[in-house]
Design a protein around this ligand. Structure first.
Ligand code: ATP
Length: 235
C-alpha cells in the first residue's frame, strides 16, 4: 500500500532521514520504533508531504506522492494523528469529529462512521457536546484517532499515541488500534517510543536510529532480539 524508497529528508542543511526504505502492505499494522529525535515524526511528515524528501520516492498504492500537497495526500486516503493529539480545544467533541469528515459529502457514510466511532469510544458519545480542551489526555487521544477515522482513511498514521498517558489508558488505546485494523481493515503505520506495546500490536516493525533504519523484522523476532531488548525494552 505504501512504499518509501531510499528517502533522504533535510531541514535546511540538517539531514533528518538517511536512505530510509519502508514497505507497508494492505491490512498490516507496521510500527516504527526509535528514541527521541531518531526521525520518526519526520518520516510521517515526509509521507504526508509536509517535509518533502530531497531524494527518494514515496509511493502510495503504486503512485508517487512526489509534489502532492498535504491536503491532496489526505484526499487520497492517508490520514495522520499527530503527536500531542492537536485536537481543536475550543470545538466540541462532535465539531471535532465533523472536522475530520470535512472532505466528504457522503452523508449516509459519515453517519455510519460516526456510529462506528461512538461504538469504539462510547465515552466520546457521552461527551459529544463537551469542548475538546476539557477532555482528559486519554479522551483527547481517542478524539484525535476518531477525528482521523471520520476521514475514512485507507492508511492511518499514528504518531506516538501513548505519549503522556497512564498505562491502563495506553493498553486501551492499543487494543482499539488492533480493533480498528481488524474490523475496518484499515492499514496502520504506528510510530512509537513505547516499543514494548507497539511491538505487541504490530505485525512487523522497523527500528530507526539517527535517521537510518537499522533493523526490520517481524515483531516476534524484534521482541526476541538482544539489541532491541537492551536498547528499547529495558531488559
Ligand atoms: P520525537 O520522539 O522526539 O518526536 P522523532 O524520532 O520523531 O523524535 P524527529 O522529530 O523526526 O524525531 O526529529 C529528527 C531530527 O530532526 C532531530 O535531530 C530533530 O532535532 C530534527 N528536527 C526535527 N524537526 C526539525 C525542524 N523543524 N528543524 C530542524 N531540525 C528538526
Amino acid at each position: 500500500m505504501l512504499e518509501l524508497k531510499n528517502i533522504d529528508t533535510f531541514y535546511g542543511n540538517i539531514q533528518a532521514l538517511r536512505d530510509v526504505s519502508i514497505k507497508i502492505g494492505e491490512g498490516e499494522i507496521i510500527t516504527l520504533i526509535g528514541a527521541n529525535g531518531a526521525g520518526k515524526s519526520t518520516t510521517l511528515m515526509t509521507i504526508c508531504g509536509v517535509v518533502p524528501p530531497r531524494n527518494g520516492e514515496v509511493l502510495f498504492q503504486g503512485q508517487s506522492l512526489g509534489g502532492v500537497s498535504p491536503d491532496k495526500v489526505v484526499a487520497r486516503g492517508i490520514c495522520q494523528v499527530p503527536e500531542g493529539r492537536l485536537i481543536f480545544p475550543d470545538l466540541t467533541v462532535q465539531e471535532n469529529l465533523d472536522m475530520g469528515a470535512f472532505l466528504r459529502s457522503d452523508k449516509a457514510g459519515i453517519r455510519t462512521d460516526l456510529d462506528q466511532v461512538f461504538a469504539l469510544f462510547p465515552i466520546l458519545k457521552e461527551r459529544r457536546g463537551q469542548l475538546g480542551g476539557t477532555l482528559s489526555g486519554g479522551e483527547q487521544q481517542m478524539l484525535a484517532i476518531s477525528r482521523a477515522l471520520m476521514a475514512r482513511p485507507k492508511l492511518l498514521l499514528l504518531d506516538e499515541p501513548s505519549l503522556g498517558l497512564a498505562p491502563l489508558i495506553i493498553r486501551q488505546i492499543f487494543d482499539i488500534i488492533k480493533q480498528i485494523n481488524r474490523e475496518s481493515n484499515t492499514t496502520i503505520f504506528l510510530v512509537e517510543q513505547n516499543a514494548n506495546q507497539a511491538l505487541k500490536v504490530a505485525h512487523r516493525g522497523y527500528v530507526m536510529e539517527n535517521g537510518r533504519i537499522t533493523l526490520e523484522d517481524s515483531c516476534d523476532k524484534l521482541l526476541a532480539n538482544d539489541e532491541v531488548k537492551k536498547a528499547y525494552l529495558g531488559l
